[in-house]
Design a protein around this ligand. Structure first.
Ligand SMILES: Cc1cc2nc3c(=O)[nH]c(=O)nc-3n(C[C@H](O)[C@H](O)[C@H](O)COP(=O)(O)O)c2cc1C
Length: 337
């Protein structure tokens, strides 16, 4: 399948839930939550895009770097490139039922595995959302990491243990879903967590623990103090709170505090290999990709997802050669203009 066919397929299957725009920037879909857009005015989604666009790379070609190394080790996993599929749940509600929850998760986890990396899977008020992720993780030999809503601690611990038993190499919570009304309306309370509560989760579970949705240095430090293994600098693709900064704006100050002490992942508006490289230069160890992976899954199933990641790998390789970057591990801000 070629790129244009994949996009045309996706556009047809989404039936308007995502327009598969030439640039996925949150403008056309502003306010479409449920849907694929950003919350409210859509500003937080757009800030992600604008923040990355504001950084420029130094084009450098007088050097000997022609075979850059894209592979890396993240949370004990050997990845072909520092790119991970982001957790996306609620397919029926958000994507006009373009795929079933199960087919979506299989496509994303399998497609990421085929591309040499892993995917995260989502959670929601309906038990089938989390269950679909677990099924895909089990079926794909542990190539997935479930992200659990910030439920009551005993529930999170129980769900994390279930995932570990099925082969999940790590688990996380999307702590920025702390005010999600559809969870509360379904009688499944969510809320913020204290450092002590994070510590309790870490101590009660045996696999690496990720906290997704950190946007300030003090909270990154609190995660470190709680024993958290990785944070995701994320504003939930602009779907948690309107008016927050882009992730590339806050990443450097967070990396200043916790780089090297825990794993730093980041997401929001990453659309190309150059964007991946910029995030690494700003302090991330790896990035997550949300909507482009969803377009791949809807337009071409696992093969479509693998194509999206493969395209990103080719662009990253080219960007590394053209900035003189030898290795994705240890990229510094010196490659930025
Ligand atoms: C339709 C949709 C559903 C999502 N569901 C979840 C979820 O269940 N859990 C979660 O941690 N993040 C969820 N996210 C957020 C993504 O994991 C990720 O943070 C975001 O999409 C990254 O931004 P990008 O789409 O610009 O790459 C969702 C995002 C979208 C667009």
């Amino acid at each position: 399948m070629d790129w244009n066919t994949l996009k045309a397929n996706a556009r047809e299957k989404f039936r308007g839930a995502c327009r598969v725009c030439p640039v996925c920037n949150g403008i056309v879909c502003a306010g479409e939550v449920p849907g694929m857009g950003g919350l409210g005015t859509g500003s937080a989604f757009r800030h992600n895009i604008d923040a990355l666009a504001a950084y420029r790379l130094n084009l450098r070609t007088v050097h000997g770097v022609s075979q850059p190394k894209l592979s890396c080790r993240i949370l004990g996993l050997e990845l072909a490139l520092p790119v991970i599929g982001a957790a996306i749940g609620g397919i029926a509600m958000n994507m006009n039922g373009a795929l079933t929850e199960e087919d979506y998760d299989i496509a994303v986890v399998s497609g990421c595995r085929q591309a040499g990396t892993v995917a995260m899977t989502g959670d929601g008020p309906k038990p089938e959302v989390f269950a679909a992720g677990l099924k895909a993780i089990e079926q794909e030999g542990g190539a997935g990491i479930p992200i659990i809503k910030p439920r009551e601690n005993n529930k999170i611990i129980e769900m994390a243990k279930r995932a570990a038993d099925l082969g999940a190499p790590a688990f996380g919570i999307d702590i920025d879903a702390a005010a999600l009304v559809n969870m509360v309306n379904a009688g499944q309370p969510v809320g913020p967590k204290t450092q002590a509560e994070l510590e309790q989760i870490k101590k009660a579970t045996g696999i690496p623990f990720i906290v997704k949705g950190i946007m300030t240095p003090d909270e990154a430090e609190a995660c470190y103090q709680a024993g958290v293994d990785a944070i995701v600098v994320s504003n939930h693709g602009g779907r948690a709170l309107d008016g927050v900064p882009g992730t590339a704006e806050v990443l450097p100050e967070i990396a200043d505090i916790v780089k090297g002490r825990l794993t730093i992942l980041v997401d929001g508006g990453v659309r190309s290999g150059s964007d991946v490289l910029k995030m690494l230069a700003l302090g991330a160890d790896a990035v997550l990709i949300g909507r482009p992976v969803a377009i791949g899954a809807v337009g071409g199933g696992a093969a479509g997802v693998s194509m999206v990641i493969g395209k990103m790998a080719a662009e990253l390789r080219a960007a590394m050669i053209l900035t003189g970057t030898e290795d994705v591990e240890g990229v510094t801000a010196q490659i930025l203009w």
